[in-house]
Design a protein around this ligand. Structure first.
Ligand code: MN
Length: 239
C-alpha cells in the first residue's frame, strides 16, 4: 500500500486574503492530488463558526475533488477551527483526526498534533481552550445565529491579538517538558509533526536514548509551505 503523504497546517484561510485561498486550492489540485494522503494539521481556516456557514464553498469543493479521486484527506482541529464537525466531513469526504494521532508512514511511527496543547506555558490560553472545547460552550455557541457567531468570533480574535502583544515568544512557544511527556506517552515515535507556532523548523531530539525528530510546519501568511513524505524521504517545500 503506497502511502506517500503530504502535511500542511496553519493555512488560516480567510475571505479577506483571497490570494491564499487561490494558492491553496491550486496546491490541492496540482500537488496534493499526486499523493495518497494529505494531513491538514489544524487552522485550515482563520475561524470556523459552524458547518452551517455558507462560506468557503470553493475550499469544500476542492477537498471534495481530492477525496473523490484517490487522495485521502485527514483533518485535525486547530485553535481557530475547532468547530469543524461531522457535516463538514460529509460534505468534503475528509476525516477528522483526534489531537494527537499516531500514524505509520513508510515504516515510521509518526505522531501528529496541531501543537497548541504543547504550549503549556500560556496558561491564559489553556484556560480559554478548556472553556471553548466544552460541549456545553459549543452547543450554546452553535445555537446562536450566524451573524451573532461571526461577531463573537471577531471579538475573540481581536482579544487574542491583543493578548499576544503582551506575551513573550517563549510563553507562546511549545514547552519542552510537554513535548517529552507526549513522546514518552506514545512510546517514542520516530517523528512528531505539528504546526501552530509558525516557526517552521526540524529539530532532532534525543529522549532517553531514542532519536526522534520534531518537525514544525510553516504557516501560509506570507507564502505556502508543505512537508512531503515519500519513498525518497522527508522534505520541506515552499510555494
Ligand atoms: Mn494554531
Amino acid at each position: 500500500m503506497p502511502n506517500q503523504s503530504i502535511f500542511v497546517s496553519d493555512i488560516h484561510l480567510c475571505e479577506s486574503r483571497p490570494s491564499i485561498t487561490h494558492a491553496f486550492i491550486n496546491f490541492l489540485d496540482k500537488i496534493a492530488s499526486e499523493y495518497n494522503a494529505i494531513y491538514i494539521l489544524g487552522d485550515l481556516f482563520e475561524y470556523w463558526i459552524g458547518d452551517d456557514s455558507k462560506k468557503h464553498t470553493d475550499i469544500i469543493n476542492a477537498i471534495k475533488r481530492l477525496t473523490n479521486r484517490h487522495t485521502k484527506v485527514f483533518l485535525m482541529h486547530g485553535n481557530r477551527d475547532f468547530l469543524i464537525g461531522h457535516a463538514f466531513e460529509k460534505k468534503t469526504g475528509a476525516t477528522l483526526l483526534k489531537d494527537p494521532t499516531l500514524v505509520e508512514i513508510f515504516d515510521k511511527r509518526v505522531l501528529l498534533s496541531h501543537g497548541d496543547s504543547l504550549c503549556t506555558d500560556d496558561l491564559e490560553y489553556q484556560t480559554y481552550k478548556k472553556e471553548v472545547r466544552k460541549i456545553s460552550w459549543q452547543n450554546d455557541f452553535l445555537k446562536k445565529s450566524l451573524n451573532e457567531r461571526l461577531l463573537i468570533a471577531d471579538q475573540l480574535r481581536k482579544e487574542s491579538e491583543l493578548k499576544k502583544k503582551n506575551k513573550s515568544n517563549e510563553i507562546m512557544d511549545v514547552n519542552i517538558d510537554a513535548i517529552n511527556q507526549l513522546i514518552i506517552q506514545f512510546n517514542y515515535p520516530d517523528l512528531l509533526i505539528h504546526g501552530h507556532t509558525h516557526k517552521p523548523d526540524r529539530h532532532p531530539m534525543d529522549i532517553n536514548g531514542y532519536k526522534i525528530e520534531r518537525i514544525v510546519l510553516g504557516d501560509w501568511y506570507e507564502q505556502g509551505s508543505y512537508l512531503t513524505f515519500n519513498a525518497n524521504g522527508i522534505k520541506t517545500n515552499q510555494i
